[in-house]
Design a protein around this ligand. Structure first.
Ligand SMILES: [Zn+2]
Length: 97
């Protein structure tokens, strides 16, 4: 897991890679603020696969990432809870039927 939970510098290759099964480069962005990463930006992949009710291993930009990794994980858990509540409230816009 050394790839995760530490700040890295985005390379051209990382910016053009497939993230989360999307077309190349499309999802190489911060899961917290939406910033689309470009070469030279700092980012971290935060391990969250062990957290119940959370979508796994989001990318954080350096502005959103906390050196205290657990704080980043907590921010992500809170965002996942907010998303669940939004889906319930705005069900009409997220339905898949
Ligand atoms: Zn961010």
């Amino acid at each position: 897991m050394s790839f995760m939970n530490t700040i890295k510098v985005a390379t051209e290759g990382a910016c053009k890679a497939r993230w989360s099964c999307a077309p190349p480069g499309e999802r190489f962005r911060c899961a917290m603020c939406g910033h689309k990463l470009i070469p030279g930006d700092e980012y971290a992949v935060v391990y969250t696969n062990d957290m119940r009710g959370c979508w796994g291993n989001p990318i954080f930009c350096s502005a959103c990432f906390e050196d205290d990794v657990q704080a980043s994980r907590n921010k992500w858990a809170e965002k996942c809870t907010q998303w669940e509540q939004l889906q319930e409230k705005y069900w009409f816009f997220v339905r898949e039927d």
